[in-house]
Design a binder for this molecule. Structure first.
Ligand SMILES: [Zn+2]
Length: 298
């Protein structure tokens, strides 16, 4: 996925076969995350990462798994959750969870993009966070909560898997690595939500629009994003004319192209220059398996 800190990763040749945290995952593609001292070129930190290529696992009906958390857990834990993974098509605007309603399922995306949306009295909305195949939604359910005030809605159509919340809670009792990854993701998503709150309050619409487009592209892995100005205005907590103006500036500078309800990113490098600092901060904390060692080691 673009923008996920790939510069840190190398093939794990020197350390192949060394157990990670005392656990050996023989079937996993092992990679070494190493950070080099820019002066002497020595490794200053490294950790092993394990995940399978997209599609290497399937659910019980043969649907390929692309969700990165489900590709990251040991085989023994995957066998526990596999029978509960129900494949679901997720069309645009499908509501996965309504505010304050009982939360029945957690969802793990293969494709598409979910928005977590704050809905206020009178119908005004603002986006609090986004989730793609790097994460999951249903965090309150795994924490023993049955409801949440946030709306979970598909903003870019896709597909994925749903798991009954009660089944997931049972599985987690005997799946420590899955439990660890879901808890880590819950924290990461909380940081994204907090940064988004600050961004919506303090940064300009052009910066926010650039930040949002970059985050969306990271999660759907496509240069074309099916989005309308009305949708973007809702998600950015502003009005349509403001989005049209900001998008017009980006289009005039040949950074994006907007056409018939879709945004094409023409120049990602320039878009990163326009985005506020929030993009880089959120990007650091996006993937449970690709955090920089400086964030995970004392
Ligand atoms: Zn910002």
């Amino acid at each position: 996925m673009p923008g996920y800190g790939r510069r840190f990763f190398r093939a794990c040749l020197p350390c192949a076969g060394i157990p990670t945290r005392g656990i050996i995952y023989p079937s996993f593609a092992c990679r070494l995350d190493r950070q080099l001292n820019p002066i002497n070129g020595r490794i200053v930190a490294h950790q092993h990462l394990q995940f399978l290529p997209a599609g290497e696992r399937t659910n019980s009906t043969g649907k390929a798994i692309k969700n990165r958390i489900l590709l990251s857990i040991p085989d023994s834990e995957y066998r526990c959750i596999r029978p509960h993974l129900e494949f679901v098509d997720l069309p645009h605007h499908l509501k996965l969870h309504e505010p304050h309603q009982s939360m029945q399922f957690a969802h793990f995306l293969n494709e598409g993009l979910i928005s977590l949306v704050v809905v206020l009295n009178g119908g005004k909305t603002v986006e609090a966070g986004i989730v793609g195949r790097e994460g999951f939604v249903g965090i309150p359910a795994i924490a023993g909560l049955s409801r949440s005030p946030l709306l979970e809605v598909m903003q870019i159509a896709g597909d994925g898997f749903r798991v009954p919340a009660s089944a997931l809670r049972d599985i987690l009792r005997s799946a420590p690595e899955l439990n660890r990854l879901l808890q880590r993701y819950a924290v990461i998503l909380g940081l994204q939500v907090a940064q988004t709150a600050g961004c919506n309050r303090l940064h300009g619409i052009e910066q926010r629009l650039a930040r949002w487009l970059l985050m969306a592209q990271d999660r759907v892995d496509s240069e074309i994003l099916p989005l309308t100005h009305d949708f973007l205005a809702t998600m950015l907590g502003t009005d349509r004319p403001s989005v049209t103006l900001a998008a017009g500036i980006l289009q005039k500078n040949q950074i994006i192209e907007y056409n018939r309800g879709a945004v094409r990113i023409l120049n990602r490098g320039e878009l990163e220059k326009v985005a506020c600092e929030c993009y880089a901060i959120i990007q650091q904390y996006s993937d449970v398996n690709e955090l920089s060692p400086s964030l995970t080691q004392s």
